[in-house]
Design a binder for this molecule. Structure first.
Ligand code: PRP
Length: 208
């Protein structure tokens, strides 16, 4: 049995469609209810709906054998897990964004609001830029609008949240997409089954 942590939400549902096409169906998952675990013994698979930002924790601690996590979460938390496959889904960019007319004044400490303090610190320390991190949990775009920060480090997908709030992307940090990840210790004894799944899933992605 392979235990799979799927990110709850639209991305997770798309990922499940791929897994189903790859031969790991679990039809009860499509029933409209609030259950969080689903099993198909015949297909050798058990799914859990997990909050997207928690998938890496479940996998790192072995509560799930494999899972699907955004590269943003992997970069931010640096979990000790294997990254097996880029699923080419949930694509977006990690950016510095702010008012269109923003010009950085290097003599002032730059105030950066973000949900991703480690990504922001790594990015700015590589250019020896002194920053003050303001850690927020959502609606990050508000920070520069209200003068809480100069810029934000955040995910940009369509760019409409920035546009509709009078902000713009200023610098690209890294491309993000969903990754298939695995627990390192579990991979030692379920490696064959996990690699079979990985190959089947990548064949489905290649066809799509
Ligand atoms: C994310 C991100 C941006 C938005 C970007 O927020 O933090 O706010 O999506 O998408 P767009 O470029 O397509 O507009 P999310 O929806 O996760 O909500 P949050 O404000 O709670 O972080």
């Amino acid at each position: 049995m392979i235990n799979v942590a799927l990110p709850k939400g639209r991305l997770g549902e798309k990922v499940y469609d791929i897994f189903e096409k790859a031969g790991y169906a679990c039809p009860t998952i499509r029933e409209p209810n609030r259950r969080l675990t689903f099993e198909n013994e015949e297909a050798g698979v058990r799914y859990f709906w997990v909050k997207p930002s928690d998938v890496a924790i479940y996998v790192e601690r072995g509560a799930a054998d494999i899972g699907v996590a955004g590269k943003d979460i992997l970069l931010e938390y640096g979990p000790d897990i294997y990254e097996l496959l880029d699923l080419q889904m949930g694509k977006c960019r990690m950016c510095v964004a702010g008012p269109k007319e923003f010009r950085d004044d290097p003599v002032r400490t730059l105030r950066v609001a973000t949900k991703f303090p480690n990504i922001a610190k790594t990015y700015y320390s590589a250019m020896s830029r002194e920053i003050d991190i303001i850690k927020l949990n959502g609606s990050i775009e508000l920070a520069p609008i209200l003068g809480l920060s100069d810029v934000i480090v955040d995910i940009v997908e369509t760019g409409s949240t920035l546009r509709e709030n009078g902000l713009a992307p200023l610098e690209d940090i890294v491309d993000i997409s969903a990754r298939l990840v695995a627990n390192k210790a579990i991979f030692k004894f379920k490696g064959d089954d996990i690699m079979t799944l990985c190959e089947r899933v990548s064949r489905v992605i290649a066809k799509d």
